[in-house]
Design a protein around this ligand. Structure first.
Ligand code: PAF
Length: 251
């Protein structure tokens, strides 16, 4: 049975009684098969699996986006139980931020590009909460999807910079049959928008340049934040109606 532990102190009391390796999957809930893949990998390679569900307010620069973030607790718990997750850490804001966010973790180069340029403070919020989660959960390995490639890179950098004793395991993006990257935000698309959304993956894989991909998406009615090539990857963020979607591929 999956244990549900709500406060850091409750979780830490449970954690002290465990032995063996701990695979950790941090999430904001609204779990989909992309998360399930992270959980399966954690299950295969560790003695214990811990999942966290916390919709972290400090990483939302847009309060409307936070308000509308999907919450599907019953289905999330069912998925955790189906996959033999040992414990879910499910904290509340005051427990995670006893300092009310006076202290934070910042990176000040790469976090200003791509999504960071369009979502001020977003990566400070992500790095700060991930540091807190790692300190509470004390995982052996933590699993992150490559869909959020900039997030993954920044977390790897934080772990190296602060000599944190765990391994970050990147997991390839899981896609729908039509190419759309799995994301909790897909739940907010209208049926019409859902039909249109795979154009994002098509544009970044089929276009000869980032500019061509951006023009193609704009012509189809997307509001494009960016399509940019960095190193050997092409990154995109574009809005469809109210929903902002991101993706990236190796080029
Ligand atoms: O990728 C996410 O779901 C979140 O950014 C994370 C890593 C759980 C931090 O809140």
């Amino acid at each position: 049975m999956t244990q549900v532990l709500r406060s850091p102190s409750e979780f830490q009391a449970w954690r002290r009684k465990q032995s063996g390796t701990v695979g950790f999957v941090p999430t904001m809930g609204a779990l989909h098969t992309g998360h399930e893949e992270l959980i399966k990998q954690a299950r295969k390679n560790n003695d214990l699996v811990v999942l966290s569900i916390f919709v972290n307010p400090t990483q939302f620069n847009d309060p409307k986006d936070l308000e509308k973030y999907p919450q599907t607790w019953d289905q999330d718990l069912a998925m955790a139980e189906r996959n033999n997750v040992d414990a879910i850490f499910f904290p509340r804001y005051p427990d995670m931020y006893p300092d009310n966010y006076r202290y934070k973790v910042s990176e000040n180069e790469y976090s200003n590009l791509l999504d960071g340029a369009h979502r001020p403070g977003h990566f400070d919020g992500v790095l700060s909460v991930v540091m807190k989660l790692f300190n509470v959960v004390r995982p052996t390995k933590a699993y992150f999807g490559e869909k959020d490639f900039q997030q993954l890179t920044l977390i790897q950098g934080m772990v190296e910079s602060f000599f944190m004793d765990l391994e970050i395991v990147p997991v390839p993006t899981v896609r729908e049959e039509d190419g759309l990257a799995k994301s909790s935000r897909n739940l907010r698309l209208t049926p019409e928008e859902r039909k249109k959304a795979p154009a994002i993956f098509k544009a970044i894989t089929k276009s000869k340049s980032a500019e061509e991909a951006a023009a193609s998406l704009s012509a189809q009615g997307f509001i494009v934040d960016y399509v940019t090539d960095v190193g050997n990857r092409r990154f995109v963020a574009a809005k469809l109606g109210e929903v902002r979607l991101i993706d990236n591929v190796q080029i």
